[in-house]
Design a protein around this ligand. Sequence first.
Ligand code: CO8
Length: 259
Amino acid sequence: MTYELITVRTEADKIGIITLNRPKQLNALNDQLMTELGEALKAFDADPAIGCMILTGSEKAFAAGADIGAMATYSFADVYKGDFITRNWEQIRAVRKPVIAAVSGFALGGGCELAMMCDFIIAADNARFGQPEIKLGIIPGAGGTQRLPRAVGKAKAMDMALTGRTMDAVEAERAGLVSRVVPLDKLMEETLGAALMISEYSQIAVMAAKESVNQAFEGSLNDGLHFERRLFHALFATTDQKEGMDAFVNKRKAVFTHQ
Ligand code: CO8
């Protein structure tokens, strides 16, 4: 498939990198862009050579939100009947391999929600996160009122959703929204380092870890512990578990075959 609003490349034949590419609109997320993003993620997820994906934007903007110009004239009937958002945002959740968001500049509204849909966020020191929908007479619609409180707690999530203020990278890291903050010129290097590390581990174990951590947000502690235990037990059926443990015992580097 050819893409117009994103660019796609691989690194070291193991990492799929998707760059949002609507620079004049600060990567505002429209239908076409989200459809292309879903297709690109699906293709990388299905490629056995790819172990991890990176989603990034430009220096100035990861994404400044949903495309306000496109939404401005929508009616309730348009968005409800057309299933606005669900139809082409859900693909991100369906991806089973890890997706790291490398965020510089603005991650606002749908842009902040898109970053939060990724498995973790590495932020450049110029990153700004916010849910400013309240200023437009709406509320977040792609998970902002649900994922933000889980990431930063109720107080900060309420503050951001009700006032529309932004959080800088330092506050976002302190609050738990991002996993690391790095200088802007080191953002891709740091993110690629993490992605390469992940892509060299057993894909089965990596996918199981992702699935199990996500479970922590979707059910009770008891259910989550049970789910984790079952996956943990199942990994003893893999060749990669034998390889990883044998390599440790024999003081050599493990070579995983993803079996
Ligand atoms: N939609 C459409 N165009 C945008 C958007 C956007 N979200 N953000 C910026 N742009 C455009 C501007 O209109 C401008 O275009 P032009 O040059 O043609 O006038 C260009 O990008 C550059 O923007 P600015 O001149 O405003 O740049 P500044 O550096 O002065 O300001 C800001 C940058 C602060 C990011 C500012 O552009 C801004 O406030 N943007 C809007 C942010 C916002 O409100 N985001 C939330 C949108 S609502 C939303 O995301 C709901 C999500 C629901 C789920 C997702 C559904 C798809």
